[in-house]
Structures are given as structure tokens and as C-alpha cells.
Design a binder for this molecule. Structure first.
Ligand code: SAH
Length: 265
């Protein structure tokens, strides 16, 4: 028996009904599938039974990699990489219309989502993402402005992704049972992005600047970022005594557009 690694977020989804519910969110027959952190293959087996065109797996734990390799070795439409998704270059994927699954390792789930948002090419190589998050993290992604959950990842995700579905999964569906419930979120990439942001890093810089003082009024941060440009605040209808969570996603995107003009990049 294996000793599971907490550091790699190893909580396996064992509830068959939930596994079926997840893989039925999209017809998988003849589709290209990408799965992050397959573990011992609980989701993978069910995906495979749906006869996808190809299946690409990336698993960091060498012990699971070996098990998966043994189980699937004879299938040439399946590729398994023993690696870290955070170091994997997604920009080199040439196929398109992939469906991405991941019961994600909890401690890096926002980083993984950010990586799928910050691709060079847009529309990206995938047509749908079906990710499992810890409930609290999911609520941040799904949040609206003016709520306590509204955060940097809400703003980043909404720039390029549409959220088309989400539902809760009880912690009892996993082994070992985690402390908190989870949530599935289904994303679709936006075909057309209505804001002209050249570098997503600039949006991240702006949200970092504001959200590192989440409870404070935005005036100091705004004036520092925009060289005391009160006219811009007026133009964007930003009240400088707002708190960061009171500004809509669109306002952050517009601020980033202006920031890029100002910095000329
Ligand atoms: N999908 C399986 C396992 C989920 S647990 C199931 O639902 O049963 C999360 C899995 O992600 C574990 O197998 C863990 O080893 C793997 N993992 C953790 N960090 C990873 C990383 N950086 N890159 C790829 N896989 C990772």
C-alpha cells in the first residue's frame, strides 16, 4: 500500500456516481483529452471507456506514473508524462479542441488555472476545462464584485474564460477524506476578448497592487500607478475611496489598458 503525499494533494475521487457525472459533462467519444494529475486513474479509466481519440496524462508522482504506464502501455492513443504541470510548456501543444480534466492538487490549483489562461495563443488549444477545486478556491473564481470572495483569480479568469457550470462535491466522495468539500467548475475559452491587453502580466501587476491592500481605499495605489491622473479616475468612473473589491472586472481590464499605454508596452 502506498503512503499518500499530502504535499501533492493526493485525494482520490472514489465515488462512481460523481465520476460518471463529471465525465458526462461533455461527449468524449473521438475527442482529444488532457488530464492533469490522474493519480491511480480513477477518472482516467472512465474517460478511457468513452473511447476518446487520444488521451494525454501528466502525473508528477513517479509511483502513479508507473502504475498508469503498466495499465495503459498497449494503447497507442495514450501518452503519459511523468512531470510537473507547472513546468510543462503548454504553448507547444499543436492539437486543438482538447478537453482538459483535472481533480487538481489543491495547493497549486489557482496556479494551474492561471497557466491555462496565460497561454500565448488565443483562442487556446482547448475547448473546455473541467477542473475540481477546493470549495473556497472555487468560490473565489465564481465570485462577483462587491463580495468578500472577489479576488485576483476572479478577475484573471473572467478575462479569457466563460464559466458555464459549477457544482459542489461532498468531501465524502474522496479518499482520504479531505477537510473541506470541493467544487467542479466548467470553463469555456472566450472566442473574442473585448479588451486590448497586450500582456496579461500587466493585469496581474495591477490586481496585485490593489489586492495587497484589500481592505484599504484604492486612492494611494491608483494615484501611484497612474502618476496622479485624477482625470483617468473620472474617465473610468472610479471613485477613489472605493475598496479593491468594489471595482468590476471590466474596470480592472480598462485600468490595465491605460497602464499599458502609459508604460508603452
Ligand atoms: N485524478 C485522481 C487524483 C487526484 S489527486 C483522482 O481523482 O482520483 C491529485 C493528483 O495530482 C495526484 O495524483 C498527484 O500526485 C498529482 N499531482 C500533484 N502535483 C502535481 C503536479 N504539479 N503536476 C502533475 N501532477 C501533480
Amino acid at each position: 500500500m502506498f503512503k499518500l503525499k499530502k504535499s501533492l494533494g493526493q485525494n482520490f475521487l472514489t465515488d462512481k456516481n460523481i465520476i460518471n457525472k463529471i465525465i458526462s459533462l461533455e461527449p468524449l467519444i473521438n475527442q482529444r483529452i488532457f488530464e492533469i494529475g490522474p493519480g491511480i486513474g480513477n477518472l482516467t479509466d472512465s474517460i478511457f471507456n468513452k473511447k476518446p481519440k487520444s488521451l494525454f496524462l501528466i502525473e508528477k508522482d513517479e509511483r502513479f506514473f508507473k502504475i498508469l504506464k503498466n495499465n495503459y502501455e498497449s494503447n497507442n492513443n495514450l501518452k503519459i508524462v511523468n512531470g510537473d504541470i507547472l513546468n510543462y510548456n503548454l504553448n507547444k501543444i499543436e492539437n486543438s479542441d482538447l478537453i482538459v480534466f483535472g481533480n487538481l492538487p489543491y495547493n497549486i490549483s489557482t496556479q494551474i488555472l492561471a497557466k491555462f489562461i496565460k497561454l500565448d495563443k488565443w483562442p487556446p488549444f482547448y475547448k473546455k476545462i473541467i477542473f475540481m477545486f477546493q470549495n473556497e478556491v472555487a468560490n473565489r473564481i465564481l465570485a462577483k464584485h462587491n463580495t468578500k470572495d472577489y479576488s485576483r483569480i476572479t478577475i484573471l479568469a473572467n478575462l479569457r474564460l466563460d464559466i458555464i457550470d459549477s457544482f459542489k462535491i461532498s468531501k465524502g466522495c474522496f479518499f482520504p477524506i479531505p477537510k473541506i468539500d470541493s467544487k467542479i467548475i466548467v470553463f469555456k475559452p472566450k472566442k473574442k476578448i473585448s479588451f486590448n491587453i497586450n500582456k496579461i502580466e500587466n493585469l496581474e501587476k495591477i490586481t496585485q497592487a490593489f489586492f495587497s491592500n484589500k481592505r484599504k481605499m484604492i486612492n494611494k495605489t491608483f494615484l501611484k500607478l497612474f502618476n496622479n491622473n485624477l482625470f483617468l479616475a473620472k474617465k473610468l468612473k472610479i471613485s477613489l475611496n472605493s475598496r479593491p473589491s468594489e471595482l468590476s472586472c471590466e474596470t480592472y481590464y480598462k485600468m490595465t489598458e491605460h497602464y499599458e499605454k502609459l508604460k508603452n508596452n
